[in-house]
Design a protein around this ligand. Sequence first.
Ligand code: FES
Ligand SMILES: [Fe+2]
Length: 345
Amino acid sequence: MSIKSKYIIKDNINQAMTMHADYYTNQDMLDIAIEKIFSSSWQLASYANCFDNNNIIPIDFLENTINEPLLLTKEKDKIRCISNVCTHRGHLVCNENKKSKSLVCRYHGRVFNLDGKFKKAPGFENAQNFPSRKENLNEIKVKEWNNFIFISLNNTINNLSILDDIKLRLNKFPFNKIKYNEKLTDIFEIDTHWAMYCENYLEGFHVPFVHKGLSSEIDNHSYETKILENGVLQYAKDLTGADIYGYYYWIFPNIMLNFYAWGLSVNIVEPISINRTKVKFIYFPIDDSSSSKEIKNLIQVELEDQDVVKSVHRGIQSRYYERGRYSPKYEKGVHYFHQLLSKSI
Ligand code: FES
Ligand SMILES: [Fe+2]
């Protein structure tokens, strides 16, 4: 069997087998995902209010794996993303949030504009054919959406068309009133594979079994899963049956936007290794004071989810487990995710 055929996911969910267990234990598969999925898709880099006090923000793109040093800059209203690596001998141009009209490398004083263009370099007066375009800092593509800043290194996977669905479906959501609350940010490191964390998110099948608290607040029969382009939407009604309890949008491969009556919670999933995953929980309440109980409940649900994904991570290493079958009724989202993974191999 070729490596590729082992990871094929049949299109027909009624017949398909789930992702082969080796996908989660094979380092080559993680390397492929990092290069062909994470580097190629749009990733959430920051929020527009990161520029409230500064106009230069250093970020590390996927800090445990790709770890690419980048800078977000803002000049008038234009937000850009540029490489943070000096084109002279490779020192990082900027290590901290700053307010400035230009970037000065502290190693030998090379100066760049905020769009990354080379400005001047002391000591290079006699250098020939200098400066060439190679002295500029590389520019990375940026997309802004409702105060969110997305960037993409290779820009070959269109994983943001889902934002159009959000715009239509949630046209009343008060994006202009939500505010990033830094104090509430949680970062978890979990002993599991990043894809396993995502696939648990992609089905509500486990909710009545794993989340007794949550299950008593939603109408489990109203749970819906919709497949979108490079994304999945799930939603469920609350017990009154009149309102939606939450809209759960997953953007391939690793971004989750959860819309509630109290505001928005965002989860970003990043691989650390085949055995470890980082998940950032970021909150944007509409009104700080009314969201604390809801956020506490979310963390309870999160800890319940972490328990199951850790258990699955142990289970798939067993010599007695290879792959399973999908519930055609409840696991459409997981099936779609596995198909996307499979296509990248
Ligand atoms: S490495 Fe930046 S000026 Fe030399
Ligand atoms: Fe869950």
